[in-house]
Design a protein around this ligand. Structure first.
Ligand code: AMP
Length: 278
């Protein structure tokens, strides 16, 4: 496994590979959710590249960029075990050298939900993903359904900018009690960790209502809110959404496929999760 930080060195190593290449973009501090993406990429490609880059441009000024958990040595041993060929681990200066001034502005799909609560987040995501695609030149790129809106934004960008990359979406990996795996789960206190699965429980209750025939977006949204509001450790609900899965526009009457999603805060930790309908 080669670990490379400079863009010219990575291009050189890339050009020595033969066959198809799968890319797994990450911000590191890897867990089983990331590894599920790597394993899927390993199955479907001749070679696999992973990137580890905590992308400053997708964090807001009051967000956790500086404290985001990092452990490069551990990440590299995990990726080695999975048989990854190339790791791209650039510094912020490699990605954003002095004078950098071109940004990808994702459209309306990036303005809602996360975009409303994290202004500029998807501009940073779309820009770094486009740069990663240009440097790595993958045939397929692997993203987790955990970040459902990110998937919608990246798919929109790939279509709109004619990028020659297949976007592969991998289902969310969860702890046995239902909490979606996330690098940020380390921020949770033991008590917060104990109640955090309520988010997935609320999403599953909504999916059950839909399976039983409920088609009103508003009924699902208010059921989820009712469940979450019963938990005092959930200090703020940023949003509860029932939206069209590709445009992310809120729906009155549910038609498939739809995405039911939640963002909520427990102390310093912001948790997001979603389930798909249909
Ligand atoms: P991150 O390092 O948080 O930027 O995540 C890198 C990739 O892993 C993104 O495509 C995420 O959606 C994906 N990912 C993160 N957590 C999970 C999870 N629990 N299950 C599946 N994919 C995940």
């Amino acid at each position: 496994m080669q670990v490379i930080s400079s863009i010219p060195d990575f291009r050189k190593a890339r050009s020595d590979l033969r066959g198809t290449l799968g890319l797994v973009p990450t911000m590191g501090y890897l867990h089983e959710g990331h590894l599920a993406l790597v394993r899927r990429a390993r199955l479907e490609n001749d070679a696999v590249a992973a990137s580890i880059f905590v992308n400053p441009s997708q964090f807001g000024p009051n967000e956790d960029f500086t404290t985001y958990p990092r452990d490069m040595d551990r990440d590299l041993s995990l990726l080695r075990v999975e048989g990854v060929d190339l790791v791209f681990a650039p510094s912020p200066e490699d990605v954003y050298p002095p004078g950098f001034d071109t940004w990808i502005e994702a459209g309306s799909v990036s303005q809602r939900l996360e975009g409303e609560h994290r202004p500029g987040h998807f501009r940073g995501v779309a820009t770094v993903v486009a740069k990663l695609f240009n440097v790595v030149q993958p045939d397929r790129a692997y993203f987790g359904q955990k970040d459902g809106q990110q998937v919608a934004v990246v798919k929109r960008m790939v279509t709109d900018l004619d990028m020659d990359v297949d976007v592969v979406v991998v289902s969310t990996l969860r702890d046995p009690d239902g909490l979606a795996l996330s690098s940020r789960n380390v921020y949770l206190t033991p008590e917060q960790r104990r109640v955090a699965p309520i988010i997935y429980r609320a999403l599953c209750q909504a999916r059950k209502l839909w399976e039983d025939g409920e088609r009103s977006g508003e009924s699902l949204r208010s059921e989820i809110r009712r469940t979450l509001e019963q938990e005092p450790l959930i200090e703020k609900i940023d949003y509860v959404s029932v939206a069209d899965a590709s445009s992310l526009e809120e729906v009155d009457t549910i038609r498939q496929p739809a995405m039911v999603s939640v963002a909520a805060r427990m102390g310093r930790t912001r948790l997001i999760d979603n389930v798909l309908l249909g």
